[in-house]
Design a binder for this molecule. Structure first.
Ligand code: ZN
Length: 223
């Protein structure tokens, strides 16, 4: 149990550096969390600590109501939203939040990113939807994420006038979705400058998404 939590602390700390590497965050904005498998616990970034100072030791262990179980700092101010997602979506093992630039530009307009690239069909299987406007401080952000992503293929939601939340089977998958979300938000934005992107037929989106989820990548035996 202690070993598991130590491993997750290291994973969550390391994954925060991926947000920096891919240019998804500025200052102390953004956060990654992971569920502790089999426990009603999560590990998340401390609030207001710079990315250079993040380490496995200063990650915060919380229960799924967002209360601190172990940690010297206050947890991220988005902890309640992450905790809400873990309470309501048991298959989710990781949650990421960013204010990445292009995705936020879509969120500021309250506009979903249309599924007009094969890479989007692969990773998101649909448009990247917009969730409701919600203020920090209660369950409304978490509820908006869960309500928007339940029954949706996309692992990413653009919370209106705010930013990106992504979910995944683990924290790495949620980070990947955040990286891909910003990438396609940028490309589709650029495409829009000179015209209307061409739609991809729903049957083709379905086929691409199915192939990506079931065939793409290394088979387990080859890993
Ligand atoms: Zn935010």
């Amino acid at each position: 149990m202690t070993t598991t939590i130590e491993t997750i602390r290291r994973q969550v700390s390391d994954l925060h550096q991926e947000l920096v590497r891919y240019g998804l965050v500025v200052w102390t904005a953004g956060n990654v969390s992971a569920r502790v498998p089999g426990e009603d616990l999560l590990v998340i970034k401390p609030s207001g600590v710079s990315y250079e100072q993040l380490s496995p030791e200063n990650m915060i262990l919380c229960d799924l109501d967002g209360n601190v179980v172990e940690g010297d700092y206050s947890p991220s101010s988005d902890t309640a939203a992450h905790a809400y997602v873990y309470r309501h979506l048991p298959e989710v093992g990781g949650v990421v939040h960013t204010h990445s630039t292009y995705a936020c530009a879509w969120a500021a307009r309250g506009e979903a990113v249309p599924c007009v690239l094969t890479a989007m069909a692969d990773e998101f299987g649909a448009e990247i939807p917009v969730g409701p406007f919600a203020l920090i401080g209660d369950d409304s952000i978490g509820r908006g994420i869960v309500d928007t992503l339940s029954g949706h293929r996309s692992p990413a939601v653009l919370m209106r006038s705010h930013g990106v939340f992504t979910i995944g089977k683990d924290a790495k998958a949620a980070v990947k979705a955040a990286v891909m979300c910003e990438d396609v938000a940028r490309t589709v934005h650029i495409s829009r400058q000179l015209g209307e992107p061409l739609p991809i037929a729903q049957a083709d989106i379905d086929s691409l998404n199915h192939r990506y989820r079931t065939v793409y990548g290394q088979r387990p035996a080859a890993q």
